[in-house]
Ligand binder design. Structure first.
Ligand SMILES: [Zn+2]
Length: 89
């Protein structure tokens, strides 16, 4: 899974939910299933001076010119990067 720093997904909570489903033995995840979380750093670019920086929030304030003109380039991702497995039980 790719989890962006600004995606509102807490990796710890995601891991906890994963282990919970695994231990429940509902047949969704077996004991050999592994979860890999890839963190995606938040990055923004100022639309005024084109300076690249790491934003603290979704409304990104440019540290160079001080204008709230930062456009998020990355950090909001929450998706499955790859999946390995089979349907046979
Ligand atoms: Zn700027």
């Amino acid at each position: 899974m790719v989890v962006g720093d600004l995606s509102n997904v807490l990796p710890d909570a995601l891991e906890l939910a994963f282990f919970y489903f695994q231990k429940q033995g509902l047949g969704i995840l077996d004991e050999n299933t592994e979860l890999e979380i890839i963190r995606e750093a938040a990055k923004a670019q100022c639309q005024t001076c084109l300076f690249d920086f790491i934003p603290d929030y979704r409304l990104a304030m440019c540290p160079k010119c001080g204008l709230p003109n930062g456009l998020l380039i990355s950090g909001e991702t929450f998706r499955v990067q790859s999946y390995e497995g089979c349907d046979e039980r």
